[in-house]
Design a protein around this ligand. Structure first.
Ligand SMILES: [Zn+2]
Length: 170
């Protein structure tokens, strides 16, 4: 019996059956992984919750799929969103507003080299959770596991976020 060929996502390391789906440059991801992400976003957007949990999915995916041909802002904004959500308790809606402020105030971002270590959770873990409540819980666990692998950059992210969002009056 011939094993199906699998393709490994360059961003998150998720292995999926290779269906030769081309990938977009916006993320450093396999087309197969990206398709899982789009499927997840159908669910997050359909929630239409006032907290806008969709934002956490965008940020976790961006922070997990930086590098490669992506723009530097992709990983940085993903990390800023994860920091605000996980350490400051921001809702997705509040993160979205913070992103807008930060994007307005600063245009150039350094290219962050993605950590060698892969996060334990991927978009697949959220998608395969059964109920809406379990999915939502897994979404935040996924975000946390992505934030964890960026340990060496966390302090930089905290400082750049606070410094840009709340510049001290001089
Ligand atoms: Zn991936």
């Amino acid at each position: 019996m011939i094993m199906d060929e699998t393709i490994e996502c360059p961003g998150c390391g998720l292995k999926l059956p290779d269906r030769h789906i081309s990938s977009a440059d916006r993320f450093n991801a396999s087309g197969e992984c990206l398709e899982m992400y789009y499927e997840l976003t159908y669910w997050t957007l359909a929630r239409q919750d006032c907290r806008f949990i969709h934002q956490h999915a965008v940020d976790a995916y961006e922070a997990q799929h930086g590098g490669g041909k992506t723009r530097p802002i992709t990983a940085v904004f993903g990390l800023i969103g994860l920091y605000l959500a996980l350490e400051k308790g921001y809702t997705g809606r509040q993160v979205q507003l913070a992103h807008m402020k930060i994007a307005f105030r600063r245009k150039d971002w350094p290219r962050l080299e993605p950590p060698a270590r892969k996060a334990e959770l991927t978009v697949m873990d959220v998608l395969t959770a059964e109920t809406d409540e379990e999915k939502e819980e897994m979404l935040l666990k996924w975000a946390g596991s992505v934030w964890d692998i960026w340990e060496e950059r966390q302090q930089w992210v905290r400082e750049i976020t606070e410094g840009t969002l709340f510049p001290s009056d001089t």
